[in-house]
Every structure is written in C-alpha cells, then in structure tokens.
Design a protein around this ligand. Sequence first.
Ligand SMILES: Cc1ncc(COP(=O)(O)O)c(C=O)c1O
Length: 449
Amino acid sequence: MKVISDPNQANLVDRSLAAVWHPCTQMKHHESFPLVAITKGKGPWLYDEQGNALLDCISSWWTNLFGHSNPRINQAITQQLEKIEHVMLAGFTHQPVVALSEKLAALTKGNLGHIFYASDGASAVEIALKMSHHFWQLNGKPQKKKFVCLENGYHGETLGALAVTDVAIFREAYRSLLQDVFTVASPDARKAKADENAEDVARQAAKEVEELFAQEHEHIAAIIVEPLVQCAGQMAMHSPEYLRLVKDLCDRYEIHMIADEIAVGCGRSGKFFACEHAEIWPDFLTLSKGISGGYLPLSLCMTTEKIYRSFYQDQTKQGFLHSHSYTGNPLACAAALACLEIFDTEYVLEKNIDRSEDLANAFSWAKLDSRIEHWRQQGMILAFDVKQTALKNSNTFPREMFAQCLNEGVLIRPIGNTIYVMPPYVLSSKEAEQMGQSVQTALNQVLHD
Ligand SMILES: Cc1ncc(COP(=O)(O)O)c(C=O)c1O
C-alpha cells in the first residue's frame, strides 16, 4: 500500500487506495486489478480521469434509471435546494415527501397507502421485518417472530437484513451474530429438469413453503422474497406463479409477505412493481436504488391500511418508533418525484419493451455460444452463465472479466460465473449493440487459452 505524503502530487486512484475503504472489495486485489476514478457522467456513459468513456451496463449498482446527469432530475434537485435541503420528518413534513407518498400509493391503487422512509435498501428491509414482528405483538401474537427467507436471496447487509440473506460470502463471517431463520428452496427456473418448466419449479418450491407454514405458522411473522429475480443471487429468475402461490399461503396461514423490490422495482422487471406480474399486493413492499434515479440515498417501505391501523394507538410505545436522521430527505424525494414524472411523461415502461428487445438482440450471440448456458431475461435485466467447464479459474473470473470489459469500454461486474446487464432506461439501440459486442470480445479474451 502506497503512503501518500503529498496529495497534490498523487493521482486520485492512489489517494483513494490510501484513504478510502471501498465496499464489497478485498482491498488487496487492487494491487493487480484496476480502480477507476470517474470524473463525470452523461446518459449511460461514465468518463474517467483520462477522458475514456465507459458504458454503464449495470446502472451503477442498479440505481441509475435515466442516465447520469439527467437534466430533469438535476433541475428538480436544484429547485428543491433553493427551498429546503433537509428537515427532520418527526413533527414536520414537506411537499416532496407528501407528493411522493401520494404518487407511490396511487401506483398501488391504494393497496399500499402508507409509506415509511429510510435511506438505504437494507434499512427498508429492517423496517419491514420490525413492523411485521411488532404488528403481531400488537395483535396478541408475540410468538410470531420468525422470518422465512429464500435460498440464494439477498436483502442487504445490516444484521437483520443479513439474517434473511442467503449468500454465503456476505454471511459467513457474521453467522454467529444473526438471528435464526427458516430458509426455503429458491424457485430458480434454472432448476427445471428436462421435462419441466419454470412453473413446475415454482410449484415445487411453493410446496415446501406450504409444508413449513403448516407446521410453523404460529411462530412465523413473515416471508421475504425478491419478486421474479434474485438479483445478487446471480440473477436467478422465477415464474410469477410462485408469488401467487406464496401470497395465497400467506393469507391462509396469517403470515406477512414482504416483497423486496429494491432491485426489481421501478420498472426494472417490465412493470413498475414486479408484483404486478403476479397480480398480487404484498403486506410490505420495499423500494430503494432506482427510486431516486440513482441520485441520492432513499429507501422506503410501503404497507397496508390494516398494518398502519394496528400501530395507530394512544400509547407512544405502540407506535412505530424506528427513525433515521435523513428519513424522507426533501432533495431525495424531489429526485424521486422527477423520476416518477419521467415515467409518466416519457412513456418509459412502453419504450422499455423495445429497449429490452434491443438487449435481447445485442446478446443473441450468447444463445448460440456453447460455453454459455441459462440465457435469461426479465424486462431490463438480461443474464447468462458461463459454464464452469469453460472457466480457467472460477475465483478470478469475475475480476478478470470486469477488467477486460473496462478495456473494451463497458462497465460489467459478473456475479460468480453469471454475466448480466441492467442498463439505464436511456440506452439507444446502437449503444445496446455496442454493449453486446464489447462483452463478447471481452469474454473471448478472458476465456481464450
Ligand atoms: C433485493 C435487495 N434488497 C436489499 C438490498 C440492500 O440495499 P442497500 O445496498 O441499499 O442497503 C439490495 C442491494 O443490492 C437488494 O438487491
């Protein structure tokens, strides 16, 4: 590790490596793998210190919906900045948080009409878990305090969210700190045998949920799922049938359903909420990432009238006392409102039908490549797996592919042997094509003997 004696003489990357502890990173790997200093962005493009352009194929960790430096979102934040940058949301309210809450509630047709805010995705998950448990206490069922999560699911890395996450690499070191949960099979469509389809896998997985609920429902508060795509779990996709079946079981056994749409919400799946594909509304729905267009930290947990009413009591302690300093930050809410306006006025969901076709065309080569399996797509998420037999080293493949893609001018971060793209909703057909070609070139180089 370099010691920086004079910051004015050193470049940004060296200074960063000396002073910044980067997330989701073994810092030592940066001895041989690049760290990129970004100085500006425009649309789906990022620019590094040397002015090299990089196509942001993963929307900067799935947050950026309408491109970098979007004029409409920029303007909304700037205008809000002139009014009020932040005020605490306990005892106070403001126009952006009210308007955003009303708009989101309307998008669920009033089914999830009460909205609690936080800043990051994991905190929204904590809120859903705590609200569910607290609801059962308030309703005379304090023994309902266990959570059910899915094999391969990811819900964030604070201790409560990590307890319901089943991705070993994030959990292992903290296992002894985490509460016990029930873990049920993932409905991952890749499990389908030769004579089966995604619905068969969904039904088998739901059967396991039914057996668990039948036995343990008196102790279970909620089940948490990522509707349609387990994103951090290698973009494992499943049939909406699973969501319908689980929702029925939740109703039958008095168990809450938490739909974590932090990654798949905000149009990513092809509809604004992924749950709409199954025509269900859960008891809790969490959003973050794309809701502010990738501009400012904002997360939220939406819930029903029934749950809200249970907390509406005379005694303070029966309220939901959870709080974060930046809850409902006006600048973040203004950015989110601008995003919802863009959805409305620029017909984003309709245009994304064509954009997702562009993605499919750009990666059609991968369907024919014998080194690749499980090509799959859900709306604006496209993924495929490189066969283990094609990999030289499965541990270093994600980093090597990331580095090679940088050389090709595209930002891609494989998860294990899964390559995926999740671009902003401003990608042109030409840019999609360029993305597909660059990823193919990079893959050929990485897999080449
Ligand atoms: C489905 C899901 N839930 C929760 C989270 C956690 O969000 P954050 O990283 O903002 O805490 C993520 C992050 O990737 C996610 O994909």
